[in-house]
Every structure is written in structure tokens, then in C-alpha cells.
Design a protein around this ligand. Structure first.
Ligand code: F6P
Length: 634
């Protein structure tokens, strides 16, 4: 101000926004601090929890496996021992019950089987050994190469399992062009169009095949195990080849195994010696031997000159499996009669030379839904096709029989039943035809040659007897058919007749049912097949009783579609549930349990040895083997 005049204005501007900014920043830091604090506290909590959990689990494991009890340096006090024992028993029972509950809840699919392999057997490799290979390369007369699926129930059942589990399938390379399709290690990846596992082919000389396959396996063991009234033939030169080929396969298994404890699934009567041969070299392997044919009673088996060797060979297995309990009982009784061993009938186990083998029934089955069904035409088209193929009228009624041309299958009895049906019910003459597909099998063996002649003769005689211009009583086709064709027959027929005189399971019965998603068609099934135990909705017959079989044919041909549906639906539901993935899964679960048990036993044995109590261990081994129960001397 000067002389009362305002000379100018002074503005003082103060920027206070920093306060707001600072306050925001402070809030942000405080917020971040608490977040970080939260993270650190959570992490610490998790780490501490993990430590405690691990410690607790470790302690429990130590208790359960007995290490804590038996380790000399850390002996548990005397007062605690009984408690620990009780706890172990209790937890073991709980585990067993838990498993049983789980298994009954499982709906068996390839995915579930794979999970079991991963969980229970930590994804171990699976090796399958069978005589018959799943794919056979043959060069035809025209010079082309064809790939065949053999007529074998075993292959039908195992192929989907192998596709799921991967691994290696070892089998005899029997095709005349087989060698052209393997690599330098005799392997190839299959299925050819979409490889899922390895096939390892084993080559046999003429002499080996003659003695081991045609001779000892199929002229000796096959008739020995089937009650079909064909005398077994035992020759020492065949036995020599059988031993030799079993040794050859054992070497191949050892060369293919990638770990010291692989899971090996040995198939059938061709390899009775293989389990022991492998066990001697791979003591930790899980060896599951499945005997696909019946096991006879001890008297019948006793005529085999090499009976002890066969039993000892089989007892190299972790598990020996049969289709039905009756065959397990026969096997156990045979071992009881012929070997010095200890048998626990309650648990179905045999202890021989300090090793335990479980003997169990696992009824084999088929893939559900079957692969070949996807490729099939509708029912009506299949029905028309098979009729036009054989010059039958479209309205004719068709019965079906499908199998290898084998004297155990009751083919002649079946034809006689057709004859009887036409005698008793002439209204079916010229209206009903029975198509019999018989894949040539083991044709080098004389018994099979005679059987073929006989089958042809009976079919011709019956056809001549009824002498119709169309729809003859019997159409006999002795030739190989691929599964896709067989499924067309299943779907196009009105009934399927399985009349085996004796059969382990018989998968034709199950395949026929699986093919009938129209819920029509009737199954006539021999009482002497394993399948008859599982499919009581079929018409069950005694194939030796020709009148009864003729009657069954008439009942089947006259059955109302409603009743067909009821029976078929029930059988389909059963097979869907009890499929081949269940069969394989149950064996693998059992195998993993045996493995766990063996590991515990081995640990106990090591403890005993360390404590200088080997003799005491030996003396008490039965207790340990049978009940996983062993207490040290002190
Ligand atoms: O059906 C029983 C069975 O032993 C199968 O396990 C096996 O595939 C078949 O018979 C044997 O036939 P092949 O001698 O033609 O292999």
C-alpha cells in the first residue's frame, strides 16, 4: 500500500495435494504389508502342517511295517508292543474293507483300469505272454499279405486290456509273413492303424512247434484238462520241447523286462513252467498266471508223467487264476496230493519252498461295449446279409454256432440236437437252418483231422435225411472268419447254441449277448461252461442229453420277443458290469496287495537276519506268510 493506494496483490498458493498423495501411498503400503503378512503366515502354517503330517505318517508307517518294532536300535518298549500289534491289525482290516467297498463301487472302464495300474502298481510295465499272437501276418497264394485276428477267446479278451495298459505282448510268431514286419529286435507296434502297445514275436523251429504246441500242449495237457473223453498222449520228446520252449520264452521275458519287478501276465497251459523260470531270475516280479482251461481233479491230473514239474512251475506265480472256484479247488487238491506244501484253504493260498501263491477265481469276460459292434450294420441288414449269403429265404429262422473246430465244443451233439428237433417238430423242416462256423484248428493233429471228417459226415447225413430245396438243416463252414464278420452272424441270427462238453469260460456266449443291442435272440448254453455260472438267463442244457437240447431249440425258436428281451437285457446288464476291464483290474489289485505284503515280509526277514534270528524266522515263517504275523524272540 502507498498513499492509500493498492500497489499490487500478493497471492500465496500452497499445493496441499501431496497430503492426499502421501495418504494414498501410505494406505497402499499398509494394505500390501498386510497382504504380505497374510501370505507369509499362510506359507508358514502350510510348511508346519506338512512337517507334522509327514512326521505323523512316517511314524504310522514305521509302526505298521514293523520297522519301529523290529529295528534293534530303536526298539519300542515292551508295554507298547501289544498296542502296536492291535493297531496294525485294525488298520489292516480297515484297509481291506476299504478296498472291498471301493471295488464294488467301481464301474469298470479302460480309464479306471489305467488308473488302477498307475495308483496300485505305480504305472509299472505290463508284460503279457501267450502262445497265440493277436495279429498274424500271412502271405496268400496270390502273394498279398493279410493280417488275421486269430480265433481265440484269449486274444479277444486280452487285446482291449493291452490297448489300455500298453506294455509288451510276447507271443509265438506263427504267420508265414510275420518276420517281414518286425524290427531288428523282433518287435512291432500294434494295432497297425493306431499303435497302442508292442508285440514281441518269438520264433520257434518246426521241431519245437511240433513237440511243444501240437504235442505236449495239445495232445497232452488239452485232453488231460478237458473231460471230453479223448485220451491224452504224453511223449518224452514232446516234453523236452515243451521245457525248451518255456525256457526260450523265459529268456525273452527277461530281455523285455525293464525293471526288476515288472508285472507279468502269463496265459494258459502252454507255459506251466514259465512262472518258476522267471521267478528264479526276477524274484520281485509280480507273476500272474491265468489258466484259461479247466483244471481236472487230482486223479485225472495224476496220470501226467511230469505232474510235479508242472505244479512246481506254476507255483512260481504270485497268483494262479482260473475262471471258476471249482477249478481253483481242483488245483489246490492236486497240489495237496502231490507236493510237500502248506495250504491255507481259508485264504486260498499255497506255501511252497518259502514262497506263497494265491489261487483265485477271476471269470474272464469281454470288452464292453465291444469294439467290433461299432463297425456293424443295423440288425435287419445283418439278418438279410447272412441269409442271402447262404441262399436262405429272408423269413427263415437261423441258429448259430461259432468256434474253433475242436472236439471239446460239442459240435456233433449240437447237430444231433438239430436232427432231433426236426424229427420231433417237423413244422421247422425247411424253415430252420443252423449255421455252424468252425475255424480250422490244430489240423496237424490226427484227432482233429478225424473230428473234422466226422463233423462233415454228420452234417451231410442230416441234410440228406431232410432233403429240402431251400433252408437246409445245417450249413457247415469250416473256414476262418474275421471278428467283423462274426459279429454280423451274431446280429443276424435268431439263436446262438454253445454246447461245449467242457469249457473254461466260453466267450462266444458273452460276445453273442454283447452283439444284441436290439435285446433279441436266444442263447442256449452248456451247463459245462464257466459262462453258465454267470448267465443263468440263457437256456441251460446238458449237451450230452440230445432230447433236452432239441427241446431247448424248440423253446428258443418259439420264445416270445418279450421274454427274449427280458432275458437278454438281464445278461447284457451283467456282462456290461462284469467286463474284461474288471477281470484285469481285480487281478492287478490283488497282485499289488501281494506285492505290499511281500515287501513287509522281506523287511521282517531282514530284521530277523540282522538280529541273528534267521533260524527262528524260518521256524515261524508260516505264521508270517499266512498272517503277516511275526514277533521276535526277545
Ligand atoms: O479257449 C481256450 C484256449 O486255450 C484259448 O485260451 C486259446 O486261445 C485257444 O484255446 C487255443 O487255440 P489255439 O491253439 O488255436 O491257439
Amino acid at each position: 500500500m502507498a498513499e492509500g493506494r493498492v500497489l499490487g496483490h500478493l497471492f500465496l498458493i500452497h499445493d496441499m495435494s501431496f497430503i492426499e498423495k502421501r495418504s494414498k501411498e501410505t494406505k497402499w503400503y499398509v494394505f500390501m504389508f498386510f497382504i504380505l503378512l497374510g501370505i507369509v503366515i499362510s506359507a508358514l502354517t502350510v510348511i508346519i502342517a506338512q512337517w507334522s503330517w509327514r512326521g505323523w505318517i512316517g511314524a504310522m508307517r514305521t509302526l505298521l511295517t514293523g520297522e519301529g518294532i523290529f529295528r534293534p536300535s530303536e526298539m519300542t518298549s515292551e508295554e507298547v508292543k501289544p498296542l502296536v500289534k492291535d493297531l496294525r491289525t485294525l488298520i489292516k482290516e480297515l484297509q481291506v474293507n476299504q478296498h472291498i467297498r471301493d471295488e464294488s463301487l467301481i464301474s469298470w472302464t479302460p480309464k479306471v483300469l489305467k488308473e488302477i495300474l498307475n495308483k496300485e502298481l505305480s504305472g509299472d510295465e505290463v508284460i503279457i505272454v501267450s502262445n497265440r499272437e493277436p495279429y498274424i501276418h500271412n502271405r496268400t497264394k496270390e502273394g498279398d499279405v493279410e493280417v488275421r485276428h486269430p480265433a481265440s477267446g484269449l486274444v479277444t479278451a486280452l487285446e482291449p486290456v493291452m490297448k489300455t495298459c500298453s506294455g509288451t505282448w510276447i507271443a509265438h510268431g506263427s504267420g508265414n509273413a510275420d518276420r517281414e514286419f518286425v524290427d531288428e529286435k523282433d518287435r512291432l507296434r500294434v494295432p497297425l492303424e493306431d499303435p497302442k502297445y508292442r508285440l514281441r514275436r518269438v520264433w520257434l523251429t518246426e521241431e519245437e512247434e511240433e513237440g511243444y504246441y501240437y504235442g505236449f500242449s495239445n495232445e497232452g495237457l488239452w485232453p488231460l484238462c478237458h473231460i471230453a473223453h479223448t485220451r491224452p498222449v504224453f511223449r518224452s520228446q514232446d516234453w523236452e520241447q515243451y521245457v525248451r520252449v518255456n525256457k526260450k520264452f523265459a529268456e525273452v521275458v527277461l530281455s523285455e523286462a525293464r525293471s526288476k519287478d515288472p508285472v507279468i501276465l502269463i496265459q494258459d497251459y502252454h507255459f506251466a513252467l514259465l512262472p518258476k523260470l522267471i521267478r528264479d531270475k526276477l524274484p520281485d516280479a509280480i507273476i500272474i498266471t491265468f489258466w484259461h482251461i479247466p483244471w481236472p481233479n487230482p486223479e485225472a491230473f495224476g496220470i501226467c508223467p511230469w505232474r510235479e514239474e508242472i505244479l512246481e512251475g506254476l507255483l512260481g506265480s504270485t497268483i494262479v487264476g482260473f475262471h471258476i472256484q471249482f477249478h481253483c479247488n481242483n488245483f489246490i487238491e492236486t497240489v495237496d496230493r502231490l507236493l510237500e506244501c502248506r495250504i491255507d484253504k481259508e485264504h486260498s493260498t499255497i506255501s511252497f519252498l518259502e514262497k506263497m501263491t494265491a489261487v483265485k477265481a477271476y471269470p474272464i469276460s469281454i470288452e464292453w461295449p465291444p469294439y467290433w459292434l461299432n463297425l456293424c450294420k443295423p440288425i435287419q441288414e445283418c439278418s438279410n446279409k447272412i441269409r442271402s449269403l447262404h441262399g436262405l429265404s429272408y423269413r427263415s429262422v437261423v441258429g448259430l454256432g461259432i468256434e474253433r473246430l475242436d472236439y471239446t465244443k460239442g459240435i456233433i451233439e449240437r447237430f444231433l440236437a438239430v436232427e432231433k428237433l426236426l424229427d420231433l417238430h417237423p413244422e421247422w423242416i425247411g424253415k430252420f437252418s443252423f449255421i455252424q462256423i468252425a475255424a480250422p484248428s490244430r489240423s496237424r493233429i490226427e484227432t482233429y483231422q478225424h473230428f473234422q471228417t466226422e463233423v462233415r459226415k454228420v452234417a451231410e447225413r442230416i441234410n440228406e435225411k431232410f432233403n429240402v430245396t431251400q433252408n437246409p438243416p445245417i450249413i457247415l463252414k469250416i473256414e476262418h472268419h474275421e471278428p467283423s464278420q462274426i459279429f454280423e452272424y451274431y446280429r443276424g441270427s435268431d439263436l446262438c447254441f454253445v454246447s461245449s462238453l467242457h469249457d473254461g469260460m466260453n466267450l462266444v456266449a458273452k460276445e453273442f449277448v454283447s452283439a444284441r443291442n436290439d435285446e433279441q435272440g436266444v442263447l442256449i448254453l452248456s451247463h459245462f461252461t464257466g459262462a453258465s455260472r454267470e448267465l443263468p438267463e440263457a437256456i441251460i442244457v446238458n449237451p450230452y442229453d440230445i432230447d433236452q437240447c432239441a427241446d431247448a431249440l424248440h423253446t428258443a425258436l418259439s420264445m416270445h420277443p418279450f421274454e427274449q428281451r427280458e432275458r437278454m437285457r438281464s445278461m447284457r446288464t451283467y456282462i456290461q458290469e462284469y467286463n474284461v476291464f474288471r477281470w484285469a483290474g481285480r487281478m492287478l489289485i490283488d497282485a499289488s496287495r501281494v506285492r505290499q505284503r511281500n515287501r513287509i515280509l522281506r523287511r521282517l526277514e531282514t530284521m530277523a537276519i540282522r538280529r541273528g534270528e534267521k533260524e527262528f524266522w524260518r521256524a515261524n515263517i508260516d505264521d508270517a506268510l499266512f498272517h503277516s504275523r511275526w514277533t521276535p524272540k526277545t
